[in-house]
Design a protein. Sequence first.
Length: 351
Amino acid sequence: MSAPTTGTRRPAAEALITMRHGAGGRAMRRLIEETLAQGLTDMPVDGVGLAAMDDGAALRVGDRWLIVTTDSHVVHPVFFPGGDIGRLAVAGTVNDLAMMGATEPLGLTSAVIIEEGFRRADLERIQKSMAATCRDAGVPIVTGDTKVMGRGELDGIVINTTGVALTDTVIRDAGLRPGDRLIVTGTIGDHGIALMVKRHNLSLDGELRSDVAPINRLIRAALDAAPGAVTAMKDPTRGGVSSAVHEMAEKSGVQVVLHEPALPITDVVRAASDMLGLDPLHIANEGKALLGVRPDAADRVLAALHAHPLGRHAAVVGACTGDHPGRVVLDTGIGRRLVAEPDGEPLPRIC
Ligand code: MG
């Protein structure tokens, strides 16, 4: 008797969760679609729910929208050049709210799980950093939770933050239209490369620092510069610009042509990427956004970004076309090639 064949049987390698499933790319998206979201996406939601797999949810409250987003932070090491897990935990959630158009967060929650034996001084340093980042973003932490697990049951500390905000206009990651320009708000690859260099103890000329920062005020300036002209937003975190642009192009049904010479990349990130054999397009950022903008407003939005300290290196890096929906192409200035969608971030525990 032959073994029954089913269309849903998965290869043995898929029976266990691997680090790839947390890397922010295709593997993670499949895990969410095939397992974590099962039985949940057909329940009615008045607004943007889980099925949209956007940066957060948008729930109708009267004539406004309540934006909700949540993020757990497992970064290793907890202190890294340019930031730490506390700054990351606040900025990550504030930025996901901003990506939905909600730039004035009402409040954050903070749930902290600590391993027995964690240094009190390190916890105090992380807490101070969270408080300072909250002031940067203009958001209070309004409630929280504290748990301790036994030695070896958890690696150091995990911080989850949830954020809520109201907005009149929701901006999606699926709103790109043919003709839109794609703007990145600054240099790419800084966060992931800074962590990688720290973990591998590489020595390089030039300063490598994570870009981790709350960018809600930067985004507000961009939105106010050209009301209604920003069609889509996404922050290129795990999987980098490549992952985020693929998701935006696929959901929006457009092709995105990236202009390689326009991509803002620092010399030190370029040098470290070459040394590590990595493409900065695939590397995580924690203080950047991708904005789809109507072509006639691109200059105004760019000028507003340039006027803010966190947007000095913003650039128009691409354009959308109506053919080949979902495709991402890199124009090198000499020729064109397809950009492959990364399976996820090459380095685990990046955020
Ligand atoms: Mg996001």
